[in-house]
Design a protein around this ligand. Structure first.
Ligand code: GDP
Ligand code: MG
Length: 191
């Protein structure tokens, strides 16, 4: 995808403040520190569009970006920071669920996971939830550059065994997976 423009639209906390414009939308969701901001920046070739943060989990904002005046990227708040017993019960749950359920221009979700970190029940439940809503999703496995060939194979097997998803190995450092992810996004958007 040739990026002509990538602009920040707004941040919002409540559904009522989400942008009224209805471009096709792709949402990015992941644990704090999973590499979500870096992945968005890599996709759009802009180093500082989505802030990469050194204080993970502090923001509860939903950030909207307009890409090529054609689609919207939505950076959903990170999760898994405030540990609450029982999965998907943390404070972002109602907000995320509300967004995923109600946003009718939502075309798909990119779930971002650090390839070194084994999936937990939260991720399993999130994928099930997306499937139950009929929302297409793809799992980006970030920081692949940190693994050796053997570790990579082992981790990929682990993910394939524990989650029902489509996996894209990704690195914000080397750019691996960028084209594959863009293809997946284009398919979501163009249906
Ligand atoms: N080696 C490597 N580091 C990464 C990659 N993606 C993110 N990081 C680092 O991981 C940390 C968290 O990244 P960030 O994008 O802020 O994660 P977020 O909290 O999910 O938005 C930062 O120190 C990044 O530089 C990657 O693909 N490879
Ligand atoms: Mg971030």
């Amino acid at each position: 995808m040739k990026i002509v423009s990538a602009e920040f639209i707004k941040s919002a906390v409540h559904e009522g403040d989400f942008p009224k414009e209805r471009l096709p939308e792709v949402a990015f969701v992941g644990r704090s520190n999973s590499g979500k901001s870096s992945l968005i920046n890599t996709l759009v070739n802009r180093k500082g569009l989505a802030k990469t943060s050194s204080t993970p989990g502090r923001t509860r904002l939903v950030n909207f970006f307009r890409i090529n005046n054609k689609l919207t990227f939505v950076d959903l708040p990170g999760y898994g920071y405030a540990k609450v017993p029982g999965s998907m019960k943390s404070e972002w749950q109602p907000m995320i669920e509300g967004y995923l359920t109600d946003r009718d221009n939502l075309k798909g979700v990119v779930l971002i996971m650090d390839i070194r970190r084994p999936p937990e029940e939260e991720e399993e439940l999130l994928i099930e939830f997306l499937n139950s809503l009929g929302i297409i999703s793809v799992v980006a496995l970030t920081k692949i550059d940190k693994l050796s060939g053997n570790e990579r194979t082992r981790q990929l097997r682990l993910f394939e065994k524990s989650l029902k998803g489509i996996f894209v190995p990704f690195s914000a450092i080397t750019g691996e997976g960028k084209d594959v992810l863009w293809r997946a996004i284009r398919e979501m958007v163009e249906g």
